[in-house]
Design a protein. Sequence first.
Length: 187
Amino acid sequence: MGFFKMFRKPKTEITLEIKKGTLTLGSRTDATLTVSSKEEFDATEIRAELRCIERIRRERMAYVGKRQRPVRQVYWDEASLLSEDLKASGSMHIVPGFKKKFPIKISIPASGRETVDGMDMSVSWFIKGVVAVDDRPDAVSDTIELQVVRASSSGKESVEMVACEYCKALIPVTSSSCPICGAPRKS
């Protein structure tokens, strides 16, 4: 391996496909990782990384610079509520022209937190596919934001969510525009 090759990701594409973008707490769904390569390398692991991140807005009073009085500073506390690696395959030698699909089962814990997006607090769920490689950067797929909702007690289905084509935020199917970026939803 050349010296500069250790700073480049392998020439491989990884895509993650999930059957449902909206999940309820305590539910399970299937996903598929598709790996196709244009380069020969040794992968240490193929996995999906499921993360749940909570962010809370905080304020504090602090003395800043030449002002001799307290100034209010706003900052965000961030905590990882769930960090789970879903293993699809162990180590393997990948050759040019390699293409394979790996099934994965995604489980949302019943004790988890539902997705929230507010001014002072947010809880977000993310998942991405990874082809791990020793001594080089990992090849990763696009990160998908999951919508996790509380299971309804009435037995009715929750509103289906779709990704905005511009900012990739999840929006209800019934919405005519994205509440995040304001772009009209294409049908």
